[in-house]
Design a protein around this ligand. Structure first.
Ligand code: SF4
Ligand code: SF4
Length: 215
């Protein structure tokens, strides 16, 4: 128990003091799971390249920090990059490191509001940004996830509601075995612990299933 407490405490201190955002980038399974489950209707933090302009090409190479004025609204201020706790540039597109904290969206909202324009980074789906179509929340994928999760939850509740009303613990003691003089029988000593874990009284009985064993 002490080892467990010391281990957990040490890890939490190390996590908060030294690991920090690297926990989100390298350890937390959230981004790995989201990248496997997402589709074009998934709501996430997205940079609007149509309005803002292209900053990176399809290979992820930075074209320029600021698109030509006529082609995009992004000012190239990089406020969105500076606030990002995982040090990524959302203008590059969806990345594993993104934890969807929306800090970049807030930063861009402040910048763009000074020009009377809406934020270039919003909580939306690529379907809305790229195809100007409404996000479909109730599609096969989300319904299947809900059904699967509901089944798991029901299973957990059913399993959690079933309780064993007894506890049986049979342990061999440290006492050495004894062998009879004719070498036909061996005698071992066991501690037999039985507990009724229910609030009501119950009657139990025991029997040995192996005829060669005797008590
Ligand atoms: S939501 Fe924005 S600020 Fe937050 S991790 Fe993703 S890119 Fe970075
Ligand atoms: S905060 Fe907005 S305007 Fe500034 S670089 Fe990021 S996307 Fe462009």
């Amino acid at each position: 128990m002490y080892g467990f407490l010391i281990g957990i405490t040490s890890f939490l201190i190390y996590d908060v003091v030294a690991l920090k955002e690297n926990f989100c980038v390298y350890i937390c399974p959230y981004s790995r799971i989201q990248s496997a489950l997402f589709d074009e209707h998934t709501i996430q933090t997205i940079y609007n390249e149509k309005r803002g302009g292209q900053i990176y090409n399809a290979q992820g190479i930075k074209l320029s920090n600021k698109p030509p004025l006529e082609s995009g609204d992004c000012t190239g201020c990089e406020a969105c990059v500076r606030v990002c706790p995982t040090h990524i540039d959302i203008r590059k597109g969806m990345q594993l490191e993104c934890i969807n904290c929306l800090e970049c969206a807030d930063a861009c909202t402040s910048v763009m509001s000074k020009m009377g324009k809406p934020s270039l980074i919003t909580w939306t789906s690529s379907m809305e940004i790229e195809k100007n179509k409404k996000t479909n929340y109730f599609r096969f994928r989300t319904i299947a996830y809900m059904v699967a999760l509901s089944l798991v939850l029901v299973g957990l509740f059913v399993m959690g509601s079933q309780k064993e009303y007894m506890l049986l613990n049979i342990n061999r003691t440290s006492q050495l075995y004894k062998m009879s003089s004719d070498h036909k029988t061996v005698e071992n000593v066991y501690t037999f612990l039985f507990q009724n874990t229910d609030s009501k009284d119950h009657s139990y009985y025991f029997e040995l299933s192996n005829s060669e064993l005797k008590n």
